[in-house]
Design a protein. Structure first.
Length: 293
């Protein structure tokens, strides 16, 4: 296109027709050289732009990390405000009799989370450092989970830490997390199941009537993992889920509860499993209600 424009320009000044070869060739070379220089400049600008975008993304990630730490510190300050008069925060999370200064709760939690994000420590190491301050650290971890729910790897690490803490420490913050929309409440329900504590599982019961099939299935799984029979009806409902994966998971859990018997239910053919579902209902009424007594 640029060559055509150049030739057009030559033509406009009366040189395009009848231009001697000895004059045309240098002009042609000059146009070609200008094109080469322009392409090199464009490539350089593209590289500079990509480098700028990369630096901008890195800065954004670092700012997000700093913002997360600041919010953790703010949350901690609110939680320990009433305890400042006493000067210490008891390590009452089930990890021993260690006493920790209020300021240490924030720093140890933020250090653990930053270590996870940067890959400097493992989930096990982070859990070990927070167990003695579990009751104070758990609310901060849940807040971080809410903020980072879309970062799957990091969120799963936080879930693993919360799942390793004493039930009494996570019960209250998880109660609040179950009121959150989307994936956060699902994470909270899974943590309850991982904790496997019957008393803690009761915080799931008010959510059993949810219309969200996926969330209802997770609640059912977690309840029975905590030996709470309130989860069995939810698993039975999932046998008729419109989602194949939900049906597979539900029958797998129920089969384990029933010693391997599935009454002929087939997740691939739910429309042909009416008789099997009827038998599961009978089993639930006869056995399921007292299965964990």
């Amino acid at each position: 296109m640029r060559r055509l424009l150049a030739l057009g320009l030559l033509g406009s000044i009366g040189c395009a027709s009848g231009v001697p070869r000895e004059e045309y060739d240098p002009l042609q070379k000059k146009v070609t050289e200008l094109e080469r220089i322009q392409e090199a400049q464009n490539a350089k600008q593209a590289r500079l732009y990509e480098d700028l975008v990369g630096k901008h993304d890195l800065l954004q990630r670092k700012l997000a990390d700093v913002d997360a730490i600041v919010k953790i510190l703010e949350t901690t300050a609110k939680r320990i405000e009433e305890r400042l008069r006493g000067g210490t925060t008891p390590g009452n999370g089930g990890g021993g009799g260690e006493e920790v200064k209020p300021s240490d709760v924030a720093s140890r939690t933020s250090e653990a989370l930053l270590g996870l994000r940067t890959g400097k420590i493992t989930v096990e190491e982070a859990s070990g450092s927070l167990k003695s301050i579990a009751k104070d650290a758990a609310p901060l971890l849940v807040e971080e989970l809410k903020r980072s729910a879309t970062d799957t790897k990091y969120a799963n690490q936080i879930v693993a830490i919360l799942s390793s803490l004493p039930p009494a420490a996570v019960r209250m913050p998880l109660t609040g997390a179950l009121l959150e929309p989307g994936i956060v409440r699902t994470f909270a329900a899974r943590i309850v199941g991982n904790v496997q504590d019957r008393e803690t599982s009761t915080i799931l019961e008010p959510h059993a009537g949810t219309d969200d099939e996926d969330f209802r299935l997770v609640i059912g799984e977690s309840l029975v993992a905590c030996r709470n029979a309130a989860g069995i009806p939810l698993l039975l409902q999932s046998l008729q889920s419109k989602e194949y994966s939900n049906r597979v998971i539900a029958i797998g859990v129920l089969r384990r509860l029933n010693g391997g018997e599935d009454f002929g239910y087939r997740a691939t053919r739910p429309g042909e499993s009416a008789e099997a579902i009827r038998k599961w209902d009978e089993w639930a009424n006869a056995v399921g209600k007292t299965l964990f007594d």
